[in-house]
Design a binder for this molecule. Structure first.
Ligand SMILES: [Zn+2]
Length: 268
């Protein structure tokens, strides 16, 4: 075998490996990305979640409806959290949801999405952006569809809010591929009564497949009927900390911004 040929056999596999490795590190030089999102502006987010996130130097996304009692009473604490890098996400002003469906008796008639017009919904979302800007001074954030609803009847309003956000979180439980994710319908896993091990299993799947995983929490240690024990939630955070070399943990706005700027390599 001549020298050139030997060189060929040595170099080619290395190049091949690098390309493969590079592809795996597509999430800001990590194998996968994880966003921790918390809905509905609860006191437990300020009292239990944010302190543990801060202690681990993680930043989360908190979807705050304008009428959240914890926003009204503790506005300065939300502002301080935003100043430390947590995202205050838009979750409308009054959390409208389709109230005519089964199990939606809890929806107040004044805020029944079935009785909204598209224009009213879009106006409400934009006013919620103004409210949040008054709190944190920011103009770039994500939106979370209330009850996962992106339409009134058959009329989808997503197209009308594209210029108002860097992206939007949906509720379809799906690990997202950077090359195919719909930035205005980012999948998420709603967590109810799961163990820390269940959550870690999802992260492992995201790592193995090189995807984005978005967690959707409500109550953490109480305050909402969709709840997870604080201890189980924290097991996930400690696992993420131990593995943060491989996992990019960031607010969803930061990840969405990154996806928007990410160039999809040409297929070979
Ligand atoms: Zn909600």
């Amino acid at each position: 075998m001549n020298r050139l040929l030997i060189l060929f056999f040595i170099i080619i596999p290395v190049i091949g490996l690098n390309a493969q490795e590079k592809e795996k590190m597509v999430w800001n030089n990590h194998q996968c990305a994880v966003a921790l999102t918390y809905d509905d502006g609860l006191n437990v987010h300020l009292d239990k979640v944010i302190p543990v996130l801060d202690s681990l130097e993680f930043r989360g996304t908190f979807y705050l409806p304008g009428n959240s009692a914890a926003l009204d009473k503790r506005l300065d604490e939300w502002r301080a959290a935003a100043n430390r890098g947590h995202e205050l996400g838009n979750h409308t002003l009054f959390h409208p949801c389709a109230g005519k469906s089964m199990g939606r008796e809890w929806v107040p008639p004044d805020y029944d999405l079935d009785d909204y017009t598209i224009g009213r919904m879009v106006d409400e979302i934009r006013m919620a952006n103004l409210l949040l800007k008054a709190v944190d001074g920011k103009t770039r954030r994500t939106f979370a569809y209330t009850c996962g609803e992106n339409a009134i009847g058959d009329s989808v309003f997503t197209g009308l809010i594209r210029d108002d956000f860097v992206g939007a979180r949906g509720v379809f439980p799906r690990l997202e591929n950077i090359a195919s994710v719909d930035i205005f319908d980012i999948g998420s896993f709603m967590i109810q009564d799961k163990t820390g091990e269940d959550l870690i299993k999802l992260v492992t799947q995201a790592k193995e497949t090189g995807r984005l995983l978005v967690f959707l929490f409500h109550g953490v240690g109480g305050e909402h009927n969709i709840n997870i024990d604080l201890e189980e939630h924290n097991k996930l955070l400690f696992y993420l900390k131990e593995n943060e070399r491989d996992i990019w943990i960031a607010p969803l706005a930061e990840i969405a911004e990154y996806i928007r700027n990410h160039e999809i390599p040409a297929q070979q």
